[in-house]
Design a protein around this ligand. Sequence first.
Ligand SMILES: C[S@@+](CC[C@H](N)C(=O)[O-])C[C@H]1O[C@@H](n2cnc3c(N)ncnc32)[C@H](O)[C@@H]1O
Length: 416
Amino acid sequence: MSGLVDGGAMSSNVPSHNLPFQRWYRFKEAFSPMLVVEAINTLGFWPSTCLDCFGGSGTTALTSQFLGIAPTTIEVNPFLADLIEAKLSTYDRASLVDDYAAVIDRAIETKIDLRSIRFEQWPATMVEPGLNSRWIFPKETFRKILGLRQAIDEIVSETNRRLMRVLLGSILVDMSNVVISGKGRRYRGSWQSTQKSPEDAMRAFQSAFEAALVDITLHGKRQSSDYMLFRGDARTEVSKARSIDIALFSPPYPNSFDYTDIYNVELWVLGYIKSRDDNTQLRTSTLRSHVQIHRDMSWEGLNSKRLKKTVAALSAKRAELWNPQLPDMVGAYFADLNQILTNMRPHMNPDGAVLMTVGDSRYSGVLVDVGDILFELAEGAGYVCEAITPIRAMRTSAQQGGERELSEDLVRLRPA
Ligand SMILES: C[S@@+](CC[C@H](N)C(=O)[O-])C[C@H]1O[C@@H](n2cnc3c(N)ncnc32)[C@H](O)[C@@H]1O
């Protein structure tokens, strides 16, 4: 990142996983609520509405509610969309506690027959005996989890049901034999001797519920309780947003982190995806920021010299890249961001602003300078780029040396 650099660095998006609501689900890529507050403070005006096109764990929307700003959020991943809505909802505590007690009673009584579940479409490693002596969940623990899921499905209140489903989702990876990292799933060291029991699952669900209840009790009242949530692909859904004072969001970075893959355990076990087709469809609805599946990566008509130069430099090194689609993916990534900015523009308050947290990438020594490319694309989408403020330095991948040399920036655009 060079060019239009604003004064001092913003406070970094330090992990805030123990904060109320943030602790409901360990979402690695969440930014801290402080980042939202600080970004809004750079504006010089106080917005009434705020759009987040890439909701994730809902930090922007939830912080907006606390600040009295009406949030609109878009999220393509149905589990994450439920997580966001669970955080933004208002609850009747008495009915929540009653529903929880009923779930526990039903889950204790229910004996799920695994043979009755259609496993053909599930990843073969999902449950013991798995495939090639590997499985994600021990059999009895998985039965208990499905028992909880069935008991949750019987809750009449949609709001309570959604919260409980999200809380069950929050314990899944801890109850499994895998851990999730930026690279995807891998088995825990000595997982065979440290597998979780059905009782562990019940205890973990209880702890998750208790923590959520404390957060709802202490922080349920907010300056704004309104919200709008669009479940789907931001590239098209963004046209539904209205009266946008500010858009404050963090798109996936062009670094091949595949969000569908990372949240696959929750998506399958909670029934958000039921077939391989569902999985593929979700993957093709996500931003073209990764190359795990083969997709159309066309991106013609973008007016940025720096982007063209970057893609040309990557294409020249195609043979040495770990995936030959990478140069096209980088072009497609900016085409998607450009489409979102363009579709959002007619619904923006002319005095409003767009605040985007973006991160650079590097492939075979070629830097993808996201801030500078957006600076050039802004005009064509109907904006001027006012500032690019460094937030922190990220590490490159191990193949690129693993040094802290990639910039993460806050890009501020204003409608032209
Ligand atoms: C970097 S995360 C956002 C994190 C968020 N700022 C937070 O604090 O939790 C990006 C999110 O964009 C979502 N996403 C990816 N492609 C999308 C699309 N086409 N439309 C809407 N959301 C998308 C991913 O599922 C992921 O949750």
